[in-house]
Design a protein around this ligand. Structure first.
Ligand SMILES: Nc1ncnc2c1ncn2[C@@H]1O[C@H](COP(=O)(O)OP(=O)(O)OP(=O)(O)O)[C@@H](O)[C@H]1O
Length: 228
């Protein structure tokens, strides 16, 4: 008897860019024919020197900038976490801020409370709904920003240097939470960083150089490209 194995259905990537270009002026391209794929349910890092185009790329992925040419696909809904949480958290208390991120969804009071509470649990800030934002540490503020995305049931998280303003312990802790969300909730995360030690937690990495992708794949394979 022969066993016929059905081919596994290919899982489409959560993020897919094909030949995307962008420039602030017609003469100078900040992104030049960028093509990349990020598999669903993985944590990838985006690396490159200052000015290589990382933030521009993340803004295009988030729909904040339109590409001049090329194709962009990002699984929805998506959430953003920026370098400075003070630019992102707009309400006076933790619970109000996360609830605010649910504006526009047709949820009743109890559903909002349930989403806020579950999101806080996912980033280990349970019970802090009433805590004023000003009373949080930088790392806790970043976790509230992530909780906003969790509450919206985001499938993709775009994090633009989220640890840049954190102390080393909070950096490691935040990365640990995102790693855990990817592993337990199947989210896909793209994390922009300059910190090579963070690569150890990644499933893959992409290196940008002057607006071009010069490498994408296993994190350890990308390190030599950064020193080239
Ligand atoms: N609003 C803007 N107007 C004009 N040029 C811009 C604007 N924002 C960024 N640039 C330029 O686009 C290029 C890419 O910037 P981008 O912020 O994407 O790089 P980056 O890799 O994120 O850098 P960094 O690591 O310093 O954050 C840089 O030359 C930058 O000066």
């Amino acid at each position: 008897m022969s066993i016929v194995q059905k081919p596994m259905a290919a899982i489409p990537p959560a993020i897919h860019l094909k030949e995307v270009s962008f420039g602030w002026s017609p003469e100078v391209l900040v992104l030049d024919q960028v093509s990349l794929e990020i598999p669903r349910g993985q944590l990838w890092m985006l690396l490159g020197r200052n000015g290589s185009g990382k933030s521009t790329l993340v803004r295009i992925l988030g729909g904040l900038l339109p590409p001049q040419s090329g194709e962009v696909y990002v699984e929805q809904p998506l959430g953003f976490v920026f370098q400075n949480p003070d630019h992102q958290l707009v309400m006076p208390s933790v619970g109000a801020d996360i609830a605010f991120s649910l504006n526009g969804e047709a949820l009743n009071y109890w559903q909002v409370r349930e989403r806020v509470s579950a999101a806080l649990q996912a980033v280990n800030l349970q019970g802090l709904e009433r805590r004023p934002i000003y009373a949080l540490s930088g790392g806790q503020k970043q976790r509230v920003a992530i909780a906003g995305a969790i509450a919206r049931h985001c499938r993709v998280l775009l994090l633009d240097e989220p640890t840049a303003l954190l102390d080393p312990d909070s950096q490691r802790e935040l990365l640990g939470y995102v790693r855990q969300l990817v592993d337990t909730q199947g989210m896909t995360a793209l994390w922009v960083t300059h910190r090579l030690d963070e690569l150890a937690q990644a499933d893959g990495a992409i290196v940008l150089d002057r607006g071009k992708v010069i490498g994408q794949g296993a994190p350890t394979d990308m390190i030599p490209l950064l020193h080239a």
